[in-house]
Design a protein around this ligand. Structure first.
Ligand code: IPM
Ligand code: MN
Length: 367
């Protein structure tokens, strides 16, 4: 898509706010997308669809058919969050999470890309000493449609007190996700860390063998293998030493929350879930029921997710860069949401932060 042309891009976006703070941060991201459309002359047609608990309540399914159809038909999908404690005891296929997992699977969105870095001014927002946090700039590439999340057989018998989950991976599944990691590393510091538990799990032995094999096709990129426990520790000790981390579905889920803490707040992290169909763009954080409806959630993760949508979903690099610069500008000026503000200092609400970021998107200069 030509970003340099004067002709605006028309794009159809499916917006899935979901549950809890999902609707608030998605509204914030939409505010920014509308500002981008207005300032760069694009025509974004947005339609909203239910997913998760809200969809269970209104349509009786966490992933209603019309939501899925709209997603498959869209140029890109913006998702908020799913999850609601009211469904904690519900059968798995009726839980809000089943909606999101079903959507990822139906879209073939196997590559979840979760970039994280320390924003200027936020070096001491997290638990690390600033000199250790500084330089954290990495991507977690999480396999998203396989592994423990989807493996069969699976079962739960609460009365008998037995349950089963299965961790399967095949060579093609590992190959394609590790390829994504190597491709990303080529545009960065050329270092891939493949994470597994090969000292215990057969699946991880396959993972490590395939990662090594793929690595031979990328002699210009350094490949390092780490066990997941050691990786979790090294992320805290030497966060700046990581470039691209690639791992299976559940390990990636866990490590990316850890990275969220390291950068100062999980509320900062965006992600793109890419694969066979339209891209699904979702912040890394969850529905945070305790924060919902209070205009206190940090919308930066969702807004940075909108930037990934612009870049990876619509091919609008310049627009994505403008959104990222706007986030940086606002943070450098000292704007903070409650999760980032030091105790006793003033904090912006979700909407106020979104307006500040929209206001910092530069007007495009055309000649
Ligand atoms: C995430 C979330 C989801 C996941 C949940 C909501 C199903 O934690 O995107 O990291 O586990 O993948
Ligand atoms: Mn998660």
């Amino acid at each position: 898509m030509g970003t340099g042309s004067d002709v605006g891009r028309r794009a159809r976006l499916a917006v899935l706010p979901g549950d809890g703070i999902g609707s608030e941060v998605t509204a914030a991201a939409v505010t920014v997308l509308k500002a981008v459309a207005a300032r760069f002359g694009h025509d974004f047609v947005l339609t909203e669809w239910p997913i998760g608990a809200i969809a269970m309540r209104t349509k009786g399914s966490p992933l209603p058919e019309d939501t899925l159809a709209a997603c498959k038909d869209a140029d890109a999908i913006l998702m908020g969050a799913v999850g609601d404690p009211a469904y904690d005891a519900a059968p798995r296929d009726q839980r809000p999470e089943a909606g999101l997992l079903g959507l990822r699977k139906a879209l073939g969105a196997y590559a979840n890309i979760r970039p994280a870095r320390i924003y200027k001014g936020l070096e001491d927002a997290g638990p690390l000493k600033p000199e250790i946090a500084r330089g954290l700039d990495l991507i977690v590439v999480r396999e998203l449609t396989g592994g423990l999340y989807f493996g069969t057989p699976r079962s739960l018998d609460l009365e008998a007190g037995t349950a089963v989950n299965t961790l399967p991976y095949s060579r093609p599944e590992v190959t394609r996700i590790v390829e994504v990691a190597f491709q990303l590393a080529r545009g960065r510091r050329r270092k891939v860390t493949s994470v597994d538990k090969s000292n215990v799990l057969e699946t991880s032995q396959l993972w490590r063998a395939v990662a090594t094999e793929v690595g031979t096709r990328y002699p210009d990129v350094a490949l390092d293998h780490k066990l997941v426990d050691s990786c979790a520790m090294n992320l805290v000790l030497f966060p700046a030493s990581f470039d691209v981390v690639v791992t299976e579905n559940l390990f990636g889920d866990i490590l990316s929350d850890e990275v969220g803490a390291l950068v100062g707040s999980l509320g900062l992290l965006p992600s793109a879930s890419l694969g066979d169909g339209p891209g699904l763009f979702e912040p890394v954080h969850g529905s945070a029921p305790a924060l919902a409806g209070r205009n206190v959630a940090n919308p930066i993760g969702a807004i940075a997710t909108a930037a990934m949508l612009l870049e990876n979903g619509l091919g609008l690099q310049e627009e994505a860069a403008a959104v990222r610069r706007a986030i940086e500008t606002v943070l450098e000026k000292g704007a903070r949401t409650a999760d980032l503000a030091p105790r006793g200092t003033p904090a912006l609400g979700t909407q106020e932060m979104a307006r500040a970021i929209s206001g910092a998107i530069p007007v495009r200069v055309t000649v």
